[in-house]
Ligand binder design. Structure first.
Ligand SMILES: Nc1ncnc2c1ncn2[C@@H]1O[C@H](COP(=O)(O)OP(=O)(O)O)[C@@H](O)[C@H]1O
Ligand SMILES: C=C(OP(=O)(O)O)C(=O)O
Ligand SMILES: [Mn+2]
Length: 550
């Protein structure tokens, strides 16, 4: 079937035109001409003159979302509560149930809207995962060329040997020009992101401009499909060392998956969405999506270099003072400016990374890293875990966010997000936990908890761990230098910490030593311990065999 016939059958799209599988260069031209005029061309300054003819080929595209769409709309993310998935899908606040009848009405109106306006739509065919055994065909259909270019950057294309592509395909339809009406459509606001497992559709109705929606929504689908085949889908990054030693780094947003996996001395598998199957590790994606806010170019050369490469997309970074958006290029963007968003981003395909694993595939991991950014400042920079600790921390999924950047807000907020990615986990945590336990049983790996958060006091008093220290700790663990080091037990939080680590001041390894007021440390650590315990009880983790460890 042609893609047009397919889309007519699936949605009833008739009166529209398509731009199918355009090249990145073509999509950049389209984006600049059509995406509401919100994108700007960019590129290294000395190549700027070449742009009128080589637009977007010589440099990245700079894209600005609507100001209220600079991140994922978690409260507007749903899955249709069809009877056959009502018990299977883990419905919760960030993946709420959508009434099937309301959904059918909404989808009909979105399609009517596109047919009425004789919409011009970009179509991009890609795959989730580059392993032919399980790659999920993903068709993006949407109004913004930038989104199509993002999908092109972020997913593998042109895979040979994938079976039943047409029958297994998932289709996203992304329509920012539509406006949901909650009373009529059953949505919560003017926009809704809805996963329909019966018809293999992801519907983005209304403005959800943030490019990340086009990857995290389909990631949630992967987390629904792949565990049913015994494959563990994970919210983690992964890379491989010179000895073919694989590592995975789990973590919630902002804990360092992307930053720490970008290491010139190790080959990258992927920065965010990884499958662990009997074949080893495999990236679900074909690109990275790095945060740019306050990027230290010297400390993060891999990400900094990607910024000037052709085909990349820079999102929501304002120009430097005195420059206008119309004239700016990457050298003139202000990476420290959070006036549009804290969540400024760079999307780049794996091809621009100097050191990558072919097809984003690698061996079983030798090291499992759980990342957390503890703003209470009470977790050790590094702890050595046993498998049962890993299971406990995996289901707990702790990180502490800082409440905000407003003056006077100094109290960290504990966030417990199961499997270090609750919003994207379509099944209940036990599904992933059981698979992880099995994988760890089959493949012995060393395990660590790496705290990239605060040291020397809580947020507002202490400082965020320096990247240099975090990398030194991580490298020591990856090299096996902590495997037989002398350790001590940290009371209250019941963690095992090394007494020394190469290239790291041993004075920081026990967090209590870094606090001026030890009594306050104990009070704060106890507060965090109680939050862990309460979360464990509330979520009933003991009922599926997880041992309480704190
Ligand atoms: N010690 C540290 N370890 C990791 N990241 C750090 C550290 N200190 C500051 N950061 C910053 O925190 C952010 C981590 O974000 P990122 O790597 O994108 O996380 P994730 O991919 O898990 O969402 C980056 O902006 C990074 O520069
Ligand atoms: C893209 C995202 O992932 P992360 O912040 O973990 O990189 C996101 O959460 O929107
Ligand atoms: Mn990331």
């Amino acid at each position: 079937m042609t893609f047009q016939a397919d889309l007519e059958k699936l949605f009833g799209l008739k009166n529209v035109t398509y731009k199918y599988n355009l090249s990145k260069e073509e999509l950049f031209h389209e984006a600049i001409a059509n995406d509401k005029g919100r994108v700007r061309r960019g590129g290294p300054s000395n190549e700027q003159k070449a742009f009128p003819t080589k637009l977007g080929v010589k440099g990245p595209l700079v894209y600005y979302t609507d100001p209220d769409c600079t991140g994922r709309r978690t409260k507007d993310t749903f899955a249709v509560k069809w009877p056959e998935v009502a018990d299977e899908i883990w419905f919760k606040a960030d993946l709420s149930p959508y009434d099937p009848t309301a959904y059918e009405g909404l989808l009909k109106r979105v399609i009517q809207h596109l047919n009425d306006k004789k919409a011009s739509l970009y179509v991009k065919d890609v795959f989730m995962g580059s392993d032919e055994d399980f790659a999920v065909p993903y068709r993006f259909v949407g109004e913004y060329a930038t989104h199509a270019a993002f999908v092109d950057n972020m997913f593998p294309k042109n895979l040979e040997g994938v079976k039943d592509v047409d029958a297994r395909r998932w289709t996203m339809i992304n329509v920012p020009s539509f406006e949901c009406v909650p009373e009529r459509d059953g949505s919560r606001s003017e926009a809704a992101v809805i996963i329909d497992a019966r018809n293999k559709i992801c519907l983005v109705a209304g403005r959800a401009d943030y490019c990340g929606v086009n990857k995290k929504t389909i990631f949630t689908v992967g987390n629904y499909l792949l565990p049913k085949e015994g494959r563990l889908s994970m919210h983690c990054s992964a890379n491989v060392g010179a000895k073919n030693d694989g590592a995975i780094l789990f973590g919630l947003s902002g804990t360092g998956k992307t930053t720490l996996s970008a290491d010139a001395s190790r080959k990258l598998i992927g920065d965010d969405e990884i499958i662990w199957s009997d074949n080893g590790l495999c990236n679900l994606e074909g690109g990275c999506y790095a945060k740019l806010i306050n990027l230290d170019k010297a400390a993060e050369p891999v990400i900094a270099e990607a910024m000037s490469k052709a085909g990349c997309i820079i999102e929501n970074v304002p120009p430097l003072p005195g420059k206008t958006m119309a004239e700016c290029h990457p050298d003139e963007l202000d990476l420290n400016d959070d006036s549009i968003a804290e969540n400024t981003r760079l999307s780049y395909p794996l091809e621009v990374v100097p050191n990558v694993m072919p097809k984003g595939r690698g061996p079983h991991p030798q090291t499992i890293v759980l990342l957390t950014a503890d703003a209470y400042g009470v977790l050790p920079p590094i702890s050595i875990l046993e498998p049962k600790d890993v299971m406990y921390h995996f289901v707990s999924g702790f990180t502490a966010r800082v409440a905000g950047t407003e003056v006077g807000v100094t109290e960290p907020q504990p966030t417990f997000s199961a499997c270090f990615g609750g919003p994207f986990m379509a099944h209940r945590p036990n599904v992933y936990a059981e698979l992880l336990a099995k994988k760890m049983e089959q493949n012995k790996a060393r395990c660590i908890l790496l705290n990239t958060g605060w040291s020397g006091g809580k947020y507002g008093v202490g400082k965020r761990m320096s990247l240099k220290v975090t990398r030194a700790l991580l490298n020591a663990a990856l090299n096996g230098e902590l495997d037989s080091v002398e350790t001590e037990k940290l009371p209250i939080l019941n963690l095992t910490i090394p007494k020394s680590c190469p290239n790291v001041d041993s004075g920081i390894l026990n967090p209590r030593n870094t606090w001026a007021d030890k009594a306050e440390y104990d009070v704060t650590a106890t507060k965090l311990r109680d939050a862990f315990r309460e979360n464990f009880q509330k979520k009933g983790f003991a009922s599926f065999g997880i041992e309480e460890r704190i």
